[in-house]
Design a protein around this ligand. Structure first.
Ligand SMILES: [Zn+2]
Length: 375
């Protein structure tokens, strides 16, 4: 069975643990482990281990990957990302030191970062290609790195799998930051280095000033310049990370309202950009939610293994596949980072089928796109 598309993944969450250790080994960096057996880049009381010494160490592996079927608290996601980010940063620092590049020389440092991330991405893409994926959209926040990344990928990899980027930013950042992101996005899109924008961030309930479009710090004001840039391109995407955790079940509705407010104010019809809801597991079931999803032609990206691993659902049966399909909202299946969540798009399809059961017969399962919709 073919599962060719992976639309929701994050650069740092991609590589599997064994290959991450092999990747680090190539550069000769060592990993600091404290007395509690934790990866620790903060304290000095640590012992440094060669990555290949740790490759079969389950306790260390669990600090980079959540084994499929296991659960950790949602709040620990940041630790996984910081561990993954720290080991890659240690490679960049080592190369800068070896090449005597001054920390303040940002261009020099970016050059090294692009080199390192391109090798990391190439290994990650090889993994996806071996899982049958032929097209992937990767979310990453570092504009300077994205700028140089794609052209550095070896042809042996790009022949097997096509990779595009979504420039990401945190929902909590300022309007000024969003405006800067819009400029960066416009430049990346004009050069064909990026196909859209991804809004991430802590899944906490949105505040009154986030929601009120007239407030100077509202989501509608922050997103205005992003939508402006994306609307100019016929094939652009705006993904909103929302509806992931239980206590922020109204966020998707608020975000969609903000997007609709912007469209009305500008007198434009959306899409473009195509709106994708990343997660969409928790929401208040009402007509307004479905109406807005339809009006904006949204697709919902379901990341079942991630939702279970981070304890946002207690069982796959809580994932609302059927609710969306019955309401004529297409869903796509994705991993949210196959290395971090120890999964593949094939596994995600198996999970969806196990929940949809016979109901699945009444849906079209397009395995090329990993999309399920009403027949
Ligand atoms: Zn995600």
């Amino acid at each position: 069975m073919k599962t060719k598309t992976e639309l929701h993944t994050h650069l740092l969450g991609m590589l599997s643990f064994p290959n991450l250790m092999r990747f680090l080994d190539k550069y000769g960096v060592k990993i600091p482990i404290n007395r509690k057996g934790e990866v620790d880049y903060e304290n000095d009381d640590v012992i440094y281990y060669a990555p290949l010494e740790l490759i079969n160490n389950k306790k260390i592996q669990r600090q980079f990957t959540i084994p499929h079927g296991e659960q950790v608290p949602y709040s620990s996601m940041v630790t996984y990302y910081s561990n993954r980010g720290n080991v890659i940063s240690s490679v960049i620092s080592k190369i800068c030191k070896d090449k005597k590049i001054d920390i303040k020389d940002l261009d020099g440092k970016n050059e090294v970062a692009i080199e390192v991330y391109s090798k990391y991405l190439a290994m990650s893409l090889e993994e996806l290609a071996s899982q049958g994926v032929e097209y992937v959209e990767v979310s990453f926040s570092n504009y300077n790195v994205i700028k140089g990344l794609i052209s550095k990928l070896p042809k042996s990899v790009t022949d097997k799998i096509k990779c595009n980027f979504l420039l990401s930013t945190d929902r909590g950042r300022s309007k000024k930051n969003f405006n800067q992101s819009a400029k960066n996005l416009e430049e990346l899109m004009s050069k064909g280095l990026c196909v859209g924008f991804d809004i991430m961030g802590e899944e906490t309930p949105m505040s009154g000033s986030d929601i009120d479009p007239h407030s100077p710090t509202s989501m509608a004001k922050k997103l205005d310049s992003i939508v402006e840039v994306l609307h100019k391109s016929e094939h652009s995407t705006l993904r909103i990370h929302s509806g992931e955790s239980r206590d922020s079940e109204n966020n998707t509705l608020h975000m969609l309202k903000a997007i609709k407010y912007i469209a009305n104010k500008k007198g434009i019809t959306i899409p473009p950009p195509s709106i994708r809801v990343g997660h969409g597991v928790h929401f208040v079931k009402d007509k307004e939610y479905i109406k807005l999803l339809k009006e904006l032609s949204c697709v919902v990206e379901i990341n079942a293994s991630s939702n279970y691993a981070l304890s946002n659902v207690d069982s796959y049966s809580e994932i609302p596949y059927k609710y969306y399909i019955d309401n004529d909202i297409p869903i796509v299946l994705s991993t949210d980072g196959h290395g971090l969540y120890d999964t593949t798009v094939k596994k995600e399809l198996e999970i969806a089928k196990s929940i949809l059961g016979l109901e699945g017969i009444f849906s079209i399962i397009d395995t090329d796109r990993n999309m399920i919709k009403k027949r």
